[in-house]
Each structure stands twice: as structure tokens, then as C-alpha cells.
Design a protein around this ligand. Structure first.
Ligand SMILES: Nc1nc2c(ncn2[C@@H]2O[C@H](COP(=O)(O)OP(=O)(O)OP(=O)(O)O)[C@@H](O)[C@H]2O)c(=O)[nH]1
Ligand SMILES: [Mg+2]
Length: 232
């Protein structure tokens, strides 16, 4: 519990056995529930998570967004924190970020990897791709976003009642931020975090995903007002 609120940390996984021990060391004890949503791991991801006392949910339907939507349904916390299971995001800071969320009456914090504190922590192609996609979002929504594709968010679970999240794939990361920004206004905030090198293998094909991200953003921008994806 942090400031009287129950906290769930959700980690989507496919073959992330290499990063889990590292994460366990860094996760603050004030987090009530650590939940992994496992795709089709062939390594020891599930066994290791269970041995740590974490909840393991199996989601065989593929996709980063699908995993998170299942994780949201299965989680018990009033506050949800997310991160990749690859050791890249500073999970040790979750307690401070939850306090920032609650004491400033925010609803959604998105943790920006940019500007990078360690330029070696992300390859050049991903740096350029992330910057270009974030710039596109900033132009389309007339708001200076820092990182539209960060995988670390801290938010009140109640915000999920305000919109429908449709992406099952990698578009989910920009979708949840953009829908939160649209629905929450100044209760949506980005804060900068240190980002680290990945443990284990990437699951992402950068060119394909980058193009899909741009196309999905354009489609979202063209959604009419009062669209069914914004709940009344
Ligand atoms: N359950 C589930 N998890 C997934 C799926 N795709 C990716 N993941 C997990 O989602 C997280 C993000 O994937 P990454 O491969 O780290 O993607 P990325 O952060 O954009 O790329 P990196 O630079 O390699 O870290 C990781 O913990 C993956 O194991 C999926 O289809 N299902
Ligand atoms: Mg990652």
C-alpha cells in the first residue's frame, strides 16, 4: 500500500526469464501485487515468477495490447503501474511516482525515456523512430509529448472506465497515452526516467511497428467527436 492505496504492477512477458531476478531486487515492497501476463514463454518465465510469489496470468492471444488488457482485468490494485519485464524501466521509482500521482491529484503519469540519460541504452534506429513518432503525436494533438511509446505508466485504474482501448498490438502504447491525454487533460503528465539496456531478446520488429504506429495515430486523430471509444 502507498498512501492507503493498493498497487498492482503488471509486466507482460514472452521469454523474459533473464530479467525477472533483476526486477525482483528493484520492486519496492510497498507494491501489493506483481502480475505477469505471459504469452507463450518457452523458457522459465512462469516458474520464476511463481517462485517469487507473483501472480501469473496466461494470455495465449498474441499482442502487447492484448496482454495489458487482460492484465488490467485480472489486477486488484486501485493504482496500476506497468513496465517491460526486460529490466529497462526503473521499477524502483514506482513508489515515488505513485506519491507524485496522488499528492498532485493526477490520474495518469507516463514515464518518458527521453531525453535519454544513457545514450547507449537504446539503439540509434529506435532513438530516431521513437523521436519521429513522438513528434508526429505532438503535431497531431498540438501538445509537446516527450515519449509517446514509453512502456511505463502509473495510473488510477478508475480512468479505464472513461474510454475503450481497442488495440491488441504495439499500437496500444500510444493509444493508452493519447486516450488518457484526451480524456484527462492536465491530470495527464509525463515525467522523465532513466532508461537502461535490455536484458534478453527483443520481441519487436522496429520498421513494421513504427509504420503501424504512425498509421494508427492518424486513424485515431480522425475519429469523430463522441466516438464510441470515448465512454459517456
Ligand atoms: N504476454 C505478451 N507479452 C508480450 C508480447 N509482446 C511483447 N511482450 C512483452 O512486452 C514487453 C515489451 O516488449 P519488448 O520486446 O521489450 O519491446 P520494446 O521495449 O519496444 O523493445 P526493446 O527495445 O527490445 O526492449 C516485454 O516484457 C515483452 O516480453 C505478447 O504478444 N504477449
Ligand atoms: Mg522493452
Amino acid at each position: 500500500m502507498i498512501l492507503g492505496k493498493k498497487i498492482s504492477l503488471i509486466l507482460p512477458t514472452i521469454n523474459e526469464a533473464e530479467g525477472l531476478g533483476y526486477l525482483k531486487e528493484k520492486i519496492p515492497s510497498s507494491i501489493d501485487e506483481v502480475l505477469i501476463v505471459d504469452g507463450d514463454s518457452r523458457d522459465k518465465t512462469r516458474e520464476i515468477a511463481e517462485s517469487f510469489g507473483w501472480k501469473v496470468v496466461i494470455e495465449k492471444r498474441r499482442g502487447y495490447g492484448r496482454a495489458y488488457k487482460t492484465g488490467f482485468e485480472e489486477s486488484q490494485g486501485e493504482i496500476i503501474a506497468t513496465a517491460d519485464a526486460d529490466g529497462t524501466y526503473p521499477v524502483e521509482n514506482i513508489e515515488a511516482f505513485v506519491k507524485e500521482l496522488l499528492s498532485n491529484n493526477l490520474s495518469f503519469i507516463s514515464c518518458s525515456r527521453f531525453p535519454l540519460t544513457d545514450s547507449q541504452s537504446m539503439n540509434r534506429l529506435n532513438q530516431i523512430g521513437n523521436s519521429a513518432i513522438t513528434l508526429a503525436a505532438s503535431i497531431l494533438w498540438l501538445h509537446p509529448f516527450l515519449d509517446i511509446l514509453s512502456g511505463m505508466w502509473i495510473f488510477k485504474k478508475s480512468v479505464l472506465a472513461q474510454f475503450v482501448l481497442e488495440s491488441d498490438n504495439w499500437n496500444f502504447s500510444e493509444e493508452i497515452k493519447l486516450r488518457s491525454f484526451k480524456a484527462l487533460g492536465d491530470k495527464f503528465k509525463e515525467i522523465q526516467i532513466p532508461y537502461r539496456n535490455r536484458l534478453g531478446e527483443t520481441k519487436l520488429m522496429p520498421w513494421k511497428v513504427g509504420l503501424e504506429n504512425i498509421l494508427y495515430m492518424l486513424k485515431m486523430r480522425l475519429e469523430p467527436l463522441g466516438d464510441k471509444r470515448t465512454k459517456a
